[in-house]
Design a protein around this ligand. Structure first.
Ligand code: ADP
Ligand code: MG
Length: 227
């Protein structure tokens, strides 16, 4: 178990971050321009539907990057409100059920409490759970199990997201949450950075345990209102 959130030095490299963003956005722009030029030259091109599909995918890619960065642009804009976090997690789990089934992943949600009140920004927390669960699913290209569990620990709620996937090498744990750190062909390496930032703004913590080819568990700790 290693604390992976409180490493301020990570977010200090602003210049590197800007360069990375520019790079991530320029690639899809270049590709969109290319395909749009094809279409402009030859409007009857038999491949036009395919080209339009590529352009739409690339627009989506840029959109995701911009959305992720909005969290950083307005770090103080999080508005915490007392909410029951259980249905928030449930909602994200059911949102990803179809995706999991397609990838042969058994997705379960286990919670002993009906109500766990926390101060939170519901939409941002949803984004966090979505990122972690998606990462879990993506870590299991041949299917597996993904368990989401919620337990109360002193004054905290611990949400654990456990997969039976590829695992993370010990020497790579320090890279988690670094902007653009990704091992995926279509990854952007922003999900964890944004998630860590959101969890931090909720005064939470993140712990990770991982074993190669066995799986990974992320534990998210958030302060809960004691009953
Ligand atoms: P992305 O998903 O776009 O790659 P993230 O910031 O969400 O970006 O994740 C960064 C990297 O952390 C991933 O590319 C992967 O190498 C690693 N990672 C995150 N979650 C897991 C997991 N559950 N199992 C294995 N590796 C993971
Ligand atoms: Mg991700």
């Amino acid at each position: 178990t290693e604390e992976v959130l409180h490493r301020q030095d990570k977010l200090a490299a602003v210049g590197q971050l800007a360069a990375g963003v520019a790079h991530e956005i320029r690639n899809p722009l270049t590709s969109m321009r290319g395909y749009a030029e094809f279409l402009q030259l030859d409007e009857k091109n038999p491949e036009r539907m395919e080209f339009l599909g590529i352009i739409l995918d690339e627009i989506e890619r840029v959109n995701t990057i911009v959305e992720d960065f909005m969290v950083l642009a307005k770090p103080k804009a999080v508005e915490l409100e007392e909410k029951n976090v259980v249905p928030v997690i449930k909602n994200v789990v059911s949102l990803l059920e179809f995706e999991a089934r397609k990838k042969n992943v058994r997705l379960t949600f286990d919670c002993n409490h009906e109500i766990i009140q926390i101060d939170c920004d519901e939409n941002r927390l949803k984004q966090v759970f979505l990122n972690f669960i998606k990462n879990g699913i993506e870590a299991m290209p041949n299917g597996g199990e993904l368990h989401v569990k919620t337990i109360i620990h002193d004054n905290n709620v611990q949400i654990s997201i456990q997969d039976t996937g590829v695992g993370i090498p010990k020497e790579k744990l320090k890279n988690l949450g670094e902007p653009f750190y990704t091992t995926k062909k279509n990854g952007n390496g922003l999900g964890l950075m944004v998630s860590f930032k959101i969890i931090e703004s909720h005064n939470g913590k993140v712990f990770v345990e991982s074993e190669l080819n066995k799986g990974t568990t992320f534990n998210i700790l958030l302060p809960a209102k004691t009953a």
